[in-house]
Design a protein. Sequence first.
Length: 119
Amino acid sequence: QVQLVESGGGLVQAGGSLRLSCAASGRTFSSYAMGWFRQAPGREREFVGRISPSGVSTYYVDSVKGRFTISRDNAKNTVYLQMNSLKPEDTAVYYCSADLNDDYTYDYWGQGTQVTVSS
């Protein structure tokens, strides 16, 4: 069992930055990969990016490459999503998720945090 709690969402102007955090508990954090997803109103949940258990490898969807950075602190059981140069189309509820088997299927999800980017 893994519990995930996101924080750090809010309202920001276009071009601004936010950093989301996701605190994990329940299993050895350094043993599993983590992903970030988002869901805008009326749209399906979208993959944003992923980080390997060690933090060495990351992967991003094209729409956020160069603007978003995923990192993790295994000592703090926390994964981060640093979002820079935000655009109104980044407005969504952002979710972190745990991939326990490193097979690109996500077994546990946080409750989500709202990010709103105003133009």
